[in-house]
Ligand binder design. Structure first.
Ligand SMILES: C[S@@+](CC[C@H](N)C(=O)[O-])C[C@H]1O[C@@H](n2cnc3c(N)ncnc32)[C@H](O)[C@@H]1O
Length: 184
């Protein structure tokens, strides 16, 4: 498990979850899966955008982080969410499709990223939008995940493609991040 080596205040200077999720295409009424959700840096923004008719599903292996997120959501009286503590590799709801799947600085952390993406393919329909937003491997930065575990844009795109996502839009996002948008 890898954690960011920069604090929340620093992170908020370079990542605004509400703006980012809107720009990625999250919309009211959507059912979003946040894989590797940790303590919910994106959860509150996601629930704000999807609104009462949408749904937020968060998965992480880190029990403390998920318990913290649960506490935050309970305090705000949200009802339209589920949180599970389990490896993403074991998360497969065979009869459910998500509208929006979010992977933020998570794919390279999974033990079996290919298996996770195959599960995600099975929980996607033709409208599902998969987002992989992560630190670039081609630049050296003194924050974010260690350089040696980052995925290059090509590697991440290929794993996503091999899992059965066909429409892949992969690009450098800014000086720190890449962004991949994919559909089946
Ligand atoms: C670098 S953090 C990013 C968290 C969150 N997406 C964010 O942007 O704040 C990566 C997260 O992936 C989780 N993780 C690592 N391996 C996992 C796995 N196999 N299944 C689910 N979550 C996992 C970690 O516990 C951690 O919370």
């Amino acid at each position: 498990m890898h954690h960011f080596n920069y604090d929340l205040t620093e992170r908020l200077k370079i990542q605004n979850p509400l703006q980012l999720l809107e720009s990625f295409g999250l919309k009211p009424g959507m059912k979003i899966l946040d894989l590797g959700c940790n303590d919910g840096f994106y959860a509150l923004a996601a629930l704000k955008i999807v609104g009462p008719r949408g749904f937020y599903y968060g998965i992480d292996v880190d029990q403390v982080a998920v318990d913290n997120l649960r506490f935050k959501l309970e305090q705000r009286d949200y009802k339209n969410y589920s949180l599970d503590i389990l490896p993403a590799e074991d998360f497969l709801l065979k009869d459910q499709k998500f509208d929006f799947i979010l992977l933020v600085t998570a794919l390279h952390d999974f033990a079996k990223p290919k298996k996770v993406l195959k599960n995600l393919r099975l929980m996607s329909n033709s409208n599902t939008l998969l987002i992989d937003y992560d630190f670039r491997a081609d630049i050296i930065s003194n924050f974010g995940p260690p350089q040696n575990i980052r995925f290059s844009l090509d590697l991440a795109s290929n794993i996503i493609k091999q899992a059965g996502f066909k429409h892949i839009n992969a690009a450098i996002y800014d000086q720190n991040y890449y962004l991949i948008k994919a559909k089946v």
